[in-house]
Design a protein around this ligand. Structure first.
Ligand SMILES: Cc1ncc(C[n+]2csc(CCOP(=O)(O)OP(=O)(O)O)c2C)c(N)n1
Ligand code: SF4
Ligand SMILES: [Mg+2]
Length: 306
């Protein structure tokens, strides 16, 4: 069931006037996530583009408390805030969110995240994945996909495929894991509400594919369309793992059937970071998507046999 726009709360927790670029997918995601979580939310935020949202000089457009921390420490920070709330008996009403980029999650913050997940610290960990270190000038991260040009992979693009964070987090046995995309705000809204309902059940992990016009090289008015194409091609499945069980979300369900998936080249050709692609590069992507769905299908079949 997808929530109707008329049923959404009108309250906004990120007001107009942020310092994000026009068309920033992260901004859409951040706004809708806070809408779903409500006013009793504390955000822990490491160095990244989302830090920029907070504004400068004592003014901020964000209406919930946001605490900044070092690049590598957000999961330890959120663990501490959540433990303090428990000590004060306030952990039921207030939700703690660690809100980090892909660099802060896949790379420098991964050991803190893994430790917090294993300890069953109680917070929602969000990785908004714009697939590079955007805030410092578009350097490649281990989330950057195969072939993408960045300022540190400037000639033929990145030679390796990205890490699979979804699988890494699954291996921690979390109560709730989900993928979202900034072009599907209603799906994102519902998943954040669900993650909130799992309060008290350790780390809940949500990863959001977030478009970035300067980093990906698409037009500012294509920010929603580009992540829609990522989902429609099957490249970015929207899904959840609830208490260990895999569920493909409604917008992605039909892509279990390969013939329903749109051509991933439409997605890639919208972005200048893939402009240099040869036929062989496109084939790597097509194979990546086929393998991904084969594995998901295999798991769904195994689940239905149980
Ligand atoms: C220890 C440390 N190394 C490097 C930096 C510089 N730095 C600040 S933000 C950032 C990039 C963050 O990338 P990501 O987490 O993907 O978030 P994004 O900027 O893409 O939103 C870097 C490298 C830092 N603040 N601290
Ligand atoms: S560089 Fe990208 S992620 Fe950062 S504020 Fe601009 S659009 Fe958003
Ligand atoms: Mg990033």
């Amino acid at each position: 069931m997808v929530i109707k726009v008329k049923d959404l709360p009108e309250e906004e927790y990120i007001l107009p006037g942020t310092r994000m670029c026009s068309g920033c997918g992260l901004q859409i995601a951040y706004r809708w996530a806070l809408k779903a979580l409500g006013p009793n939310t504390i955000v822990c935020n490491p160095a990244s583009c989302s830090t920029v949202t907070g504004g400068v000089g004592g003014y901020t457009p964000i209406k919930v408390p946001v605490m900044y921390d070092c690049f590598e420490t957000v999961a330890a920070h959120a663990s501490g805030v959540s433990a303090a709330l428990t000590a004060k008996g306030k952990d039921k009403e207030t939700v703690v969110v660690a809100w980090a980029g892909d660099g802060g999650t896949y790379d420098i913050g991964i050991q803190g995240l893994s430790g917090a997940a294993e300890r069953r610290s109680n917070f929602i960990y969000v990785c908004y994945n714009n697939q590079a270190y955007m805030n410092t000038g578009i350097q490649r991260s281990s989330a950057t996909p195969f072939g993408a040009k960045t300022t540190t992979t400037p000639i033929i693009g990145k030679a390796q495929v990205n890490k699979n964070m979804f699988k890494i987090m699954r291996a921690h046995g979390l109560s709730y894991i989900a993928t979202c995309a900034s072009g599907y705000p209603q799906d994102l809204f519902e998943k954040f509400q669900k993650a909130r309902e799992f309060n008290g059940k350790g780390v809940r992990f949500i990863e959001i594919l977030s478009s970035c016009p300067p980093g990906w090289g698409h037009k500012v008015n294509e920010s929603v369309e580009v992540t829609k194409k990522a989902v429609e091609s099957g490249y970015w499945p929207l899904m959840e793992v609830i208490e260990g069980k895999l569920v493909i979300s409604n917008p992605s369900k039909k892509y279990l059937d390969k013939s329903k998936r749109k051509d991933v080249r439409d997605y890639l050709k919208m972005q200048s970071r893939f402009k240099h692609f040869t036929e062989d590069d496109y084939k790597v992507w097509e194979q990546y998507i086929d393998d991904l769905w084969q594995e998901l299908k295999w798991e769904l079949e195994k689940q239905s046999d149980l």
